[in-house]
Write a protein that binds this ligand. Structure first.
Ligand SMILES: [Fe+2]
Ligand SMILES: [Fe+2]
Length: 220
């Protein structure tokens, strides 16, 4: 047990590390440690749950360049602008492209057992859900935040619950694409699809992390 005044990394929550240590989210994603929703577990607990070597994980987190600039602006209005430009608008470009690529792969390689059959439909379903979620944030929640309304616990709880649904959808996407790993002999379209799906996974997790763990916490 660490008795130092400041909690050691292993005793800090995954959420706090994700907020305070730029670059840590990529490490968490690599080890499949959930940092955007349900990040209440300590690093030690999360590593135990995932069967990840704790000492190795701490070493990777310690090796991050602490001088790296924060990845998102701090001020609330600027943070909301960042969320809209870097995530909402980016998802609106990523999903149609991924759905297009998925439909191509499924139509050309549908007879192969390793074809990700159903992935285009899964992506289309995710995009529909996400667009409805974006609309609620853009038309209702974010304008209230910009006007300084506080607390906003009710609408925030709804958004957080929808984020949990996104996590489940991402698990489905990872299953369909074998953790974004194309077969050895996959064509360029197939590889491009899985790379884009992996990018979508990373962006959605970072997006929800900034909302859940940074922005929403100011309006509890
Ligand atoms: Fe959002
Ligand atoms: Fe959201």
């Amino acid at each position: 047990m660490d008795t130092a005044a400041a909690p050691s990394l292993r005793d800090q929550t995954v959420r706090d590390i994700a907020v305070n240590r730029p670059g840590s989210t990529a490490i968490f994603r690599r080890h499949k440690i959930n940092y955007c929703c349900g990040g209440d577990a300590s690093l030690a607990e999360a590593a135990g749950d995932r069967g990840v070597d704790l000492a190795g994980l701490v070493a990777q987190l310690d090796a991050l360049d602490r001088s790296e600039a924060a990845l998102a602006p701090d001020e609330t209005d600027a943070l909301i602008d960042h969320l809209l430009e870097r995530y909402h608008e980016v998802h609106r470009r990523q999903f149609p492209e991924a759905i297009f690529l998925a439909a191509r792969v499924e139509s050309v390689h549908g007879d192969r057992p390793d074809c990700p059959t159903g992935v285009s439909q899964h992506l289309a379903f995710m995009f529909d859900d996400l667009e409805a979620h974006h609309q609620k944030e853009e038309l209702m929640l974010f304008p209230l935040m910009r006007r300084g309304a506080n607390p906003l616990s009710g609408p925030i709880a709804r958004m957080e619950s929808e984020h949990e649904d996104v996590i489940e959808q991402l698990k489905g996407l990872a299953r369909l694409t074998h953790d974004f790993t194309p077969p050895e002999n996959a064509c360029g379209t197939w590889r491009a699809l899985y790379a884009l799906c992996q990018e979508i996974d990373a962006d959605l997790r970072d997006h929800m992390h900034l909302e859940n763990n940074v922005l929403f916490r100011r309006f509890g």
